[in-house]
Design a protein around this ligand. Structure first.
Ligand SMILES: [Zn+2]
Length: 167
């Protein structure tokens, strides 16, 4: 994601070579737009061989199926974000049990990169019901996942989970 103006002083940003990378930097103050990937969590809950996915109510990928999750809040541990997002999106209270993996991806129209931390989690309480960012929820057999999966990294994570459960 490119910015036009400095977030510190409002000056117009310019391209600058920093550590062999071309970054946007401010000519007036020390601000450099490093454009780091944004951390996100995804949470996989499996019940009777089926995984819980949510259908997205918002762009990007509106109408596509998504692993429940989202962006980390400021100063929030990923495991806490996993618990919060699951409750918000699915109504399930969960305990993250394991990190399945880390996945890089892009968000929207190449807007920015994301670092997706994918947890496996065990539900402890609640009935699965769709929250604000989701149209509906559905439990999918891992061998019969929907065609329209929202993000590329999710296909990878779901494939890894499928292979694990089949072993
Ligand atoms: Zn500046």
């Amino acid at each position: 994601m490119a910015y036009r103006f400095c977030l510190e002083c409002g000056e117009q940003l310019e391209a600058r070579k920093v550590d062999e990378r071309c970054l946007q930097a401010c000519p007036k103050c020390r601000f450099v737009h490093y454009n780091n990937p944004r951390p996100c969590v995804g949470v996989l809950v499996v019940r009777y061989g089926k995984v819980l996915l949510v259908q997205r109510a918002v762009e990007p990928f509106k109408g596509h199926w998504d692993i429940p999750g989202g962006f980390l809040n400021s100063n929030e541990h990923p495991a806490e974000a996993a618990r919060r997002e699951m409750l918000e999106e699915t109504g399930l209270a969960v305990v993250p049990t394991e990190v399945l993996g880390f996945y890089m991806d892009v968000y929207g129209e190449e807007e920015f990169h994301t670092l997706n931390i994918c947890y496996l989690a065990r539900p402890t309480d609640g009935e699965a019901r769709a929250g604000s960012d989701a149209v509906r929820l559905r439990w999918f057999p891992l061998d019969d996942l929907p065609e329209k999966i929202a993000f590329n990294w999710e296909r990878e994570a779901l494939e890894l989970l499928r292979r694990r459960l089949n072993d």
